[in-house]
Design a protein around this ligand. Structure first.
Ligand SMILES: *Cc1c(COP(=O)(O)O)cnc(C)c1O
Length: 393
């Protein structure tokens, strides 16, 4: 053991390996797309969140290059000091108009947006209640606040209502729109009704719905016919369907002013790069355009084909209609073996294991993109069927 590594570090690492939970970062040698080169090998990839295939889109690459010339590459300061440029303002206004909210605040990542929101809104007198399977950043936001923190059973409105009853004070109800490791959608209408009845403030994280679902890609809220009156706080990210980076929170003028005063992860950080803001604005145009609509149609066709083929498989797809279509396997080692067998056949789909998911629910998290063709999805299904046949022998 090297002198600069404490023994507890080595012990923790040995344990992780033994539990088949070892993780490591691997560099890809190609841009992010459905064809990904890793360690010199080309793979057909089914594991990115680039659902609309925009991360390497020529129009967006051009937009970023142009924006770097026009606005520079760094914002140089926080939004409150002097880092908020005209292009940030234009992006905020375009998002607010698209989604029907009074105001939008930008963040450099979704993780920070959720930390900011939940930690600023929660309080000793204002509890935080969220779905058990919410994204880690929402949970960490609750940990950062001083608020009482409870989690209800996944997508269970009755369980949420019971917690509200017991807490006895109105607070913040937060849920993912689409759950990132399961792909299913929250019962948003029922949750919104419950929140309104009990005077709780409802917040939806639509990282996986925006761009992909609803009219003009407006996401889960559009799909459920909900607006800013029922869901006063909507959070979304630009690193997934938007294909770029960053995030936002949409809300009322007063809530935005409140966050501007009290959300520390908003106040004490450098504003998003103006070149990124300009690229996100271009991506939003694309998402709202006919091309965006065509991409959503292709994505939906890919999802439908996969679900149809999976109906006869020995391992079931989880109950999802979104671009996230995980196959539940269970044990981590068996899931790793399936992922390795796919890689042997030139297909990239990573095993998702605890602690990202609950114990004994390791899964192959298949994600589909508008850039996949029906032939790509067919190849994935054929390969999986061959592997399942070998495993069952
Ligand atoms: C990815 C994700 C985030 C974090 O967004 P980043 O911009 O990647 O930091 C937050 N919430 C959900 C549900 C996510 O899937």
């Amino acid at each position: 053991m090297p002198a600069n590594t404490p023994a507890w570090v080595t012990t923790a690492l040995v344990e992780r390996r033994a539990q088949h939970l070892w993780r490591q970062v691997e560099a890809a040698q190609s841009p992010q797309s459905v064809q990904l080169t890793v360690a010199g090998q080309s793979y057909l990839s089914f594991c990115s969140n680039d659902y609309l295939g925009l991360a390497n889109h020529p129009a967006l690459k051009q937009a970023m290059a142009d924006a770097a010339h026009t606005y520079g590459v760094g914002s140089g300061a926080s939004h409150l000091v002097c880092g908020h440029l005209d292009i940030h303002q234009r992006l905020e206004e375009a998002l607010a108009e698209w989604l029907g909210y009074e105001r939008v605040l930008l963040f450099s990542t979704g993780y920070m947006a959720n930390l900011a929101l939940i930690s600023a809104l929660g309080d000793k007198q204002r509890p935080i209640l969220m779905d058990k399977l919410n994204h880690a950043s929402l949970i960490d936001g609750a940990r950062l606040s001083e608020a009482p923190f409870r989690r209800y059973l996944h997508n269970d409105v009755t369980s949420a209502a019971k917690h509200m009853q017991r807490l006895d004070q109105a607070g913040i109800l937060a849920t993912d729109g689409i759950f990132s490791m399961d792909g299913d959608m929250a019962p948003l209408s029922d949750l919104a009704k419950l929140a309104q009845q009990r005077d709780w403030l409802m917040m939806v994280d639509d990282a996986h719905g925006l761009g992909c679902l609803g009219e003009q890609g407006r996401g889960c809220l559009a799909l459920c016919d909900l607006d800013d009156a029922q869901v006063p706080l909507l959070m979304g990210t630009f690193g997934k369907a938007f294909g770029v980076a960053g995030a936002f929170v949409a809300c009322s003028n007063d809530l935005a002013d409140y966050l501007t005063q009290f959300a520390r992860p908003f106040i004490y950080t450098t504003a998003m790069s103006p070149a990124v803001a300009a690229t996100v604005l271009r991506s939003l145009e694309l998402i709202r355009s006919d091309e965006g609509e065509r991409r959503r149609t292709q994505l939906a066709a890919n999802i439908a084909l996969l679900k149809q083929r999976a109906a006869t498989w020995p391992f079931a797809l989880m109950a999802s209609n979104s671009a996230i279509q995980p196959i539940l396997i269970g044990p981590s080692d068996a899931t790793l073996k399936l992922s390795d067998a796919l890689a042997e056949a030139g297909i990239l789909c990573k095993a998702i294991r605890p602690p990202t998911v609950p114990p004994n629910t390791a899964r192959l998290r298949i994600t589909l993109s508008a850039d996949h063709s029906l032939e790509d999805v067919t190849r994935l299904c054929d390969t999986l069927e061959t592997i399942f046949n070998q495993v069952s022998k």
